[in-house]
Design a protein around this ligand. Structure first.
Ligand SMILES: *Cc1c(COP(=O)(O)O)cnc(C)c1O
Length: 294
């Protein structure tokens, strides 16, 4: 894991060289621990260690970037990790869960029904040495961690910063970090997830809630982790044209949306746009070999 690998890649070609557009390559910190999950975890991990906890416990699906990031981050910090995984135990573990166990994570499979009752899981697994981290790292510590994404490189010159939105934790962090001349735009990757606005605001102070931000819906390609042949083609074309690998759950939809919005005149010609490559590339291992060029 190395945050010094992060750089800002110029991708002017994306919009036919008509706009100044770049991407923060936070995916490059590690091939497995995807960009934003490490950022969101850092203060949960710090607080756990300060409180004398020895185990990180959290939740996620079988391809979860958050699960594998928690496993690997915990291992590097000398902490044990426990993952509660949505769904019955499969015959073969996904590559994500294999990585998680190789990094020492203990997995517990829970039915979809029980998985939705997080409080019950926590109360049935009371252990004073465990620190619980919400699914996806959603919470104030997660947002404070994501805030630091904009401080690794000098991002002051950008006036428009665009990211993918799942739980909204990363977007909340970027809003916290934004300077007065900067607008944060979030592309929701869930279908009609209209409660996201309130979930993001719950992580902001009332002053931060008045900052300039906007959540855009309609680029979910059918819903969370859904994809279409057009999206796959878009990912392969982007890789060919810009040498930029994207993940199908978040960053491909982000980039597609940015390009589409640009073509519809959403941005001022003089604006300087920064996309956040939040990582997640390990999730592409759910595809059959040969689907993607990378
Ligand atoms: C989890 C994730 C997101 C979404 O972050 P939230 O803080 O949940 O909104 C975006 N991109 C990637 C690659 C992710 O893994």
């Amino acid at each position: 894991m190395n945050i010094n690998n992060i750089y800002i890649q110029d991708i002017k070609e994306l919009c036919g060289n008509t706009l100044s557009i770049s991407i923060l390559r936070a995916d490059l910190i590690d091939p497995v621990v995807s960009g934003n999950k490490w950022f969101k975890l850092q203060f949960y991990v710090r607080d756990a260690i300060e409180a004398g906890k020895t185990t990180l416990a959290t939740f996620g699906g079988p391809y979860s970037n958050h699960i594998v990031a928690t496993a690997k981050y915990g291992a590097t910090m000398g902490l044990q990790t426990v993952g509660f995984i949505r769904g019955e135990k499969p015959t073969y573990l996904s590559p994500t869960l294999t990585d998680a166990t190789e990094n020492g994570m203990t997995l517990h499979f829970v039915s979809r029904e029980d998985f939705d009752q997080t409080e019950k899981i926590i109360s049935h697994n009371q252990d004073p040495s465990w620190a619980w981290i919400p699914e996806g790292g959603y919470g104030i510590q997660g947002a404070e961690g994501a805030r630091t994404l904009l401080t690794i490189k000098d991002t002051h010159a950008f006036d428009t910063i665009i990211c993918a939105v799942g739980t909204g934790t990363m977007m909340a962090g970027l809003i916290k970090a934004a300077a007065p001349h900067q607008k944060i735009i979030g592309i929701s990757v869930l279908k009609n997830n209209l409660s996201i606005d309130a979930e993001i605001k719950a992580l902001l102070t009332s002053k931060e809630s008045k900052k300039n931000f906007e959540i855009i819906h309609g680029y979910d390609f059918g819903g969370y982790a859904k994809h279409t042949p057009a999206l796959i083609k878009y990912m392969n074309d982007t890789y060919k044209n810009l040498e930029l690998p994207l993940d199908f759950v978040y960053t491909a939809k982000l980039m597609y949306a940015a390009e589409d919005l640009a073509s519809k005149g959403k941005f001022e010609p003089a604006s300087k746009i920064l996309l956040i490559h939040s990582g997640g590339l390990q999730g592409n291992r759910s595809f059959k070999k040969g689907t993607l060029l990378f």
